[in-house]
Design a protein around this ligand. Structure first.
Ligand SMILES: [Zn+2]
Length: 70
């Protein structure tokens, strides 16, 4: 019944979440904080969002090459 704890790795400065979206497979996930301060991610490509149990912070501001921030 209990699913294993979901963990994401996030670049502390950029908010980029490592790894592909579980829905569309693109690596364009960004850190998302919910109204109750729960942490999760949102896919900037397909809009899929999901809560996670744990966040591992990585120092740095890496972004995927095709994120195209203006
Ligand atoms: Zn997606």
């Amino acid at each position: 019944m209990a699913s294993p704890a979901k963990t994401i790795q996030v670049y502390r400065i950029s908010g980029y979440v490592i790894g592909p979206c579980e829905k569309c497979g693109k690596e364009e996930r960004a850190l998302l904080m919910f109204e109750d301060y729960g942490m999760g991610y949102e896919c900037l490509s397909c809009g899929h969002s999901e809560r996670v149990d744990r966040v591992e912070w990585i120092d740095g501001d890496k972004l995927p090459p095709d994120w195209g921030l203006a």
